[in-house]
Design a protein around this ligand. Structure first.
Ligand SMILES: *Cc1c(COP(=O)(O)O)cnc(C)c1O
Length: 428
């Protein structure tokens, strides 16, 4: 479907000069056969396209905007920095402040290094793990997405899942030969791999709450098994909390589930909407990073003051008493409402949710891993997506992406969304 005329014209221009017209694949809307809207501005839980149409936004910039668009404290913090300059490539106070906040919030993080994206965070955490253990193999899980570094593009989620790309051309076999991928939540498969190859494994990397195959929660015992077996084998356990960190709880998924990682990757929320990533963990691992140690990792714009300021201002809001409770209540209202409506309308869906991250799969379920996620009726999802957009509800244009709520979504916005879903499901 064409989008509004102005977005459509912009998209035509974009396609001439940007591959696929977008700077990140899922945005193009291929999986739902819907051309993208070009966005003019955001305000709270709403976004406005270049034609002026208003939408309730459940993408939230793919997760970072847990406070919604243009939160006054975030805007003010960025404006204050702008008055000082945009980048110095030298240390600034704000880097220390954000690092201290992360170290204080996340029990297992003693030191943290700022980078510019989640991709850099996971890539660097894997490098540090390989250096620390002197081993090469890494283990990941099908449907988890850890950014687009070569060695992590194996059975990956997000756009790789959406576009049904098995791996990626351009990634040498020799590089992915060191990456093993297992089904998510399969404790037995993991234990037997560790029994067989545990002494060769540098790191096990996982999304402790998986949000790139739709949303899949860890089954009881799964994260505990990862912790137990990696410890036994001397492998580094990396939690990729780029999406779920500071979203599912203050202190991240590891606080929520009571399982600590050796290294943790952050991004999205810790940058408050600015380009940011970070990785951190045990001192004895992080002390290997240059210039303290020999493991090279650098960035011209790393620790950028604008990004640090947006991150700090965001985390300060999350620290307020009752923040996560309110978000939980509204998220439950949305998920329970959608479940009730689907049932009433006879639409088979499986709703997964952890806090303000959720996934609605068009399948009877359950959905505990990527194979089960793929049983979803993606054509039905596409029809739902387009009809919801028509009604002013902006969802991620893929069955394999999560739905995010922000603190700016109020009860009335959720009820508006539920009314739209009811009308849409009646026509599915
Ligand atoms: C978004 C995401 C990444 C990649 O982050 P970018 O900033 O897009 O490079 C990595 N891991 C997870 C779990 C993510 O959700």
């Amino acid at each position: 479907m064409k989008s509004d005329p102005r977005s459509y014209r912009l998209f035509q221009r974009a396609r001439e000069v940007i591959p696929g017209g977008v700077n990140s694949p899922v945005r193009a809307g291929k999986a739902v056969a819907q051309d993208p809207l070009f966005i003019e501005k955001g305000d709270g839980c709403r976004i406005y396209d270049v034609e002026g149409s208003e939408y309730i936004d459940y993408v939230c910039s793919w997760g970072p905007l847990i406070l919604g668009h243009r939160h006054p404290e975030v805007i003010k913090a960025v404006q204050d920095v702008l008055a000082r300059g945009v980048s110095f490539g030298a240390p600034v106070d704000l880097e220390v402040e954000l690092a201290e906040m992360i170290v204080e919030a996340v029990d297992a993080v003693e030191m943290v290094r700022m980078v510019n994206s989640g991709t850099e965070a996971t890539m660097s955490a894997v490098r540090a793990s390989r250096a620390y253990t002197g081993r090469d193999l890494i283990v990941k899980f099908d449907g988890c997405y850890h950014g687009h570094a070569d060695h992590l593009l194996v059975a990956a989620g997000s756009g790789v899942a959406t576009l049904n790309i098995p791996g990626s051309p351009g990634v040498p076999d020799a590089v992915v030969a060191h990456t093993l991928s297992l089904p998510y939540n399969d404790i037995g498969a993991f234990e037997s791999l560790m029994k067989e190859k545990g002494d060769q494994i540098a790191a096990v990397i996982v999304e402790p709450v998986a949000g790139n195959m739709g949303m899949v929660a860890p089954e009881p015992g799964f994260l505990e098994a990862l912790r137990r077996e990696t410890e036994k084998c001397g492998a580094v356990l990396i939690f990729d909390e780029v999406m779920c960190g500071f979203r599912v709880a203050w202190g991240g998924a590891q606080r929520l589930y009571g399982v600590n990682a050796d290294l943790t990757c952050f991004g999205k929320i810790v940058g408050g909407g600015m380009p940011v990533g970070a990785y951190g963990g045990k001192k004895e691992i992080m002390e290997q990073i240059a210039p303290q140690g020999p493991v090279y990792q650098a960035g011209t714009l790393s620790g950028n003051p604008l990004a640090m300021a947006a991150g700090i201002a965001t985390l300060k809001q999350l620290q307020k008493p009752g923040f996560y409770q309110a978000l939980e209540e509204n998220s439950a209202r949305l998920a329970e409402g959608l479940g009730r409506i689907a049932q009433r309308m006879g639409v088979e869906v499986t709703l997964n949710r952890v806090g303000s991250m959720m996934g609605m799969f068009f399948t009877p379920g359950p959905v505990r891993n990527f194979e089960e996620a793929k049983t979803s009726d993606t054509d039905r999802f596409a029809a739902y997506y387009r009809a919801m957009l028509e009604k002013g509800i902006y969802l991620a244009p893929s069955q394999f992406e999560a739905v995010f709520l922000s603190a700016a979504h109020e009860t009335a916005d959720i009820d508006t969304t539920l009314a739209a879903a009811e009308a849409v499901m009646a026509g599915l």
